[in-house]
Ligand binder design. Structure first.
Ligand SMILES: C[S@@+](CC[C@H](N)C(=O)[O-])C[C@H]1O[C@@H](n2cnc3c(N)ncnc32)[C@H](O)[C@@H]1O
Length: 384
């Protein structure tokens, strides 16, 4: 494959697209009209997105938008999370940041609150604040090998002492049509960075262009197709796998366009939105809890390799039990908690060697022999 320098090609193309709208870089997306009303026309015109991750945000959340461009998703998200939430947009292209920052006070005035800021960085290296680095390099310019190595050390020091985005600091990472643009050698690090900045229990909601088959090498070495969101696309399954490899769980394809956005040499490229969750890491303790998978499938397998058949009562550790009680799993399970008298303190380590069923007596207690009347579930006091 002919080597191309992906990042300068991307920066150049989006620097130009910040000056004048480029129709070929944009897919039709149905954003909420009420949110668009508060966003200046210039931002809406320079829209290079392919989906709408802002629909999945909640009031009060802290959100990081990767590759924020002229700021459209940030300005929509600002309205979804409200005045108690906070939005940070990160982009590496000065011209994009200029448009976004110039329009931020206009949006803030229309909303009556200011909760959006834009920072300069590369999304595969979210610890390095490029504006701070610029500032330091103006004082100590690179002139020879020695100053080059010193600059490298300075960057490392900035990452540790003044991270652009701190670890475990964000509720939701969103992105709209950007991950595909990251150079191949940095894609793994990109997912590790998304994982790092999310707090435990946080999630990523990513809209991006994906392909239905691997992109052939000769298309990958075309800089125009790369910067046009084509050649760097993950395959549908590759995007989900990249999240799993970085330690996420519960990946779910929330939207998938039926029609491709573009087809190149028979390979279809379409927009999808994927959610992924952080928080399955940690110790497993046995608190005698059980879960029942409700269906509709005959069996399921989760990202920690728990396999469960529909309708059966499985023993799970407290960590898994708490994960299943939240989205995206909670609607698919019934939960069986032992009474306080049956809780073992301190909880014992959970045996993860093989799946285990939990006998009902284990959650109710060995001494439990109660006989009761029907509960008052109907007006007349009887259910059947
Ligand atoms: C296709 S545009 C999408 C912009 C915006 N998300 C939207 O919905 O309009 C891609 C944006 O990502 C930025 N970008 C691309 N690669 C990047 C990287 N590695 N780090 C930071 N920004 C990047 C570009 O500068 C550009 O603003």
């Amino acid at each position: 494959m002919k080597a191309i320098n992906h990042e300068p090609a991307v920066r150049q193309r989006y620097a130009a697209a910040a000056q004048a709208p480029v129709a070929a870089l944009c897919c039709a997306v149905d954003y909420e009209r009420q949110h668009l009303k508060n966003i200046p026309e210039e931002v809406i015109q320079k829209d290079y997105g392919c989906g709408d991750p802002s629909r999945y945000l909640k009031s009060g959340e802290t959100v990081l938008d990767l590759g924020s461009g002229t700021g459209k998703i940030c300005f929509i998200a600002a309205q979804v999370v409200g005045a108690t939430g906070k939005i940070i947009g990160v982009d590496m292209t000065d011209e994009m940041l200029e448009v976004a920052r110039r329009n931020a006070p206009i949006v803030a005035e229309r909303l009556g609150y200011a909760n959006v800021e834009f920072r300069k960085g590369r999304i595969q290296d979210l610890a390095l604040d490029l504006e701070r680095l610029d500032e330091e390099l103006r004082k100590r310019p690179i002139t020879d090998a020695g100053s080059f190595l010193a600059a490298d050390e300075l960057a490392e020091d900035l990452r540790v002492r003044h991270p652009l985005i701190a670890s475990d600091s964000v509720d939701v990472v969103v992105s709209n049509c950007v991950l595909n643009l990251v150079e191949p050698k940095s894609k793994r690090q990109l997912f590790e960075e998304i994982f790092r900045v999310l707090r435990k229990g946080g999630r990523a909601v990513i809209s991006d262009i994906v392909s239905d088959a691997p992109v052939p090498d000769h298309l990958q070495s075309d800089p125009k197709l790369w910067s046009g969101c084509i050649s760097g696309a993950f395959t549908e399954e590759g995007l989900v796998r990249a999240f799993a490899e970085a330690g996420f769980y519960g990946m779910q394809i929330l939207t998938r366009d039926e029609q491709p956005w573009r087809t190149v040499e028979g390979v279809e490229f379409r927009s999808i939105t994927v959610a992924a969750y952080k928080g399955k890491q940690g110790p497993c303790f046995d608190r005698k809890q059980a879960v029942i998978y409700l269906g509709p499938f005959k069996e399921v397998l989760d990202d920690d390799n728990h396999r469960m058949e529909r309708g059966r009562r499985y023993a799970v550790c407290d960590k898994t039990y708490q994960l299943y009680k939240k989205e995206p799993y909670n609607q698919f399970f019934a939960f069986v908690d032992p009474p306080p008298s049956e809780r073992v303190e301190p909880a014992r380590p959970f045996d993860v060697s093989a799946p285990r069923l939990r006998h009902p007596q284990a959650t109710k207690g060995q001494e439990y022999k109660a006989t009761t009347e029907g509960s008052q579930c109907c007006d007349a006091g009887d259910c059947c």
